[in-house]
Design a protein around this ligand. Sequence first.
Ligand code: 5GP
Ligand code: MN
Length: 349
Amino acid sequence: MAIEKKQSRFLTELDPMQIDRVKQLVLASNNIVITCHVSPDGDALGSSSALCAVLKSMGKNACVVTADCPPKGLMFLPGVRDIVAATRQADRAHELFSAADLIFCLDFNDAKRIDRLSEVLLASKAHRVVIDHHLDPCIEADVIISRPEVSSTSALLYLFLWQARWTRFLHRGAAACIYTGMMTDTGNFSYNSNDPDLYLIIHDLLLKGIDKDNLYKLVMNTSGESRVRIMGYGQYRMQILHPHHAAIIMLNEDELKEFDYAKGDTEGLVNVPLSIPEVTYSIFIREDAPDYVKISMRSKGDFSVSRICEEHFNGGGHTNAAGGEFKGPLKEALQLLLEIIPTYDKYLV
Ligand code: 5GP
Ligand code: MN
């Protein structure tokens, strides 16, 4: 459904008091750390790298620190190679957090989502700003710019920069990062993408010199051999629970090894079953370690998969895209799913 806007040609306004406060905090700070959620995706990396580049072009010391490494497929994004990942450089990550006078938390709503960095974040005396589009943020911060109706943190960051009159610090590389986040969180503008703001933002990003066709090719249409094979195999092994309008794809550690799985190879697999009209929601469970299962869910319409992830898998996300985890063997995760799925029949329309 198209979002009705009273005016055209102007972007949605954020709270001016919040914008002013963030501007003051930035201007008063020298060492700024930006962090985003674990297993960072296009939106987390896109928004973080773009903000980092903007702050650097304003003359600030800025650095992106993440809990773990970015996926290979996003390494080409400007600035991503400079990210400090705590799995590789724990001491450096801690040093940067301790020296920071301002920390930006982008694309997550709960300190748990930065994994091993949550303790250093909570212990730090630095000012904090959250910019995020997940529901109900629960991070203590000086300013929380939370807009769950905006489809990506990257688009929300652009709205902030535009209103702060800081888009002059946004150069082509950072514009490409913002576009990447907007594109990946909307499946290349195929869902959550009726907001007219998105196209005004894209207009501006094109004027900054981005090559959107090439970004699509690099981010959404470039795969290693292992990914092409895993995507095909996963779809072949899909189970459909017809009475419950649910689909499940499950991959165990042996299968992942056999296909030479690398991080990022299964990105988007969970979306595929939704192309079947009878399927309302799709679940992907992947055995990342012997007793650790990563869970991803996608749905259509008002059916909330974040509810299922919150209630059973220590997770959350959005109505139509959510995730969580299961500590135990893959078989038990499947068993739990088969038990709980019928209890969600009442939410099917
Ligand atoms: P994905 O399925 O692509 O990993 O994640 C989809 C959405 O669910 C994203 O918005 C992500 O932030 C959220 N999400 C994924 N995994 C988790 C998790 O373990 N906990 C929470 N709270 N959210 C998650
Ligand atoms: Mn996001």
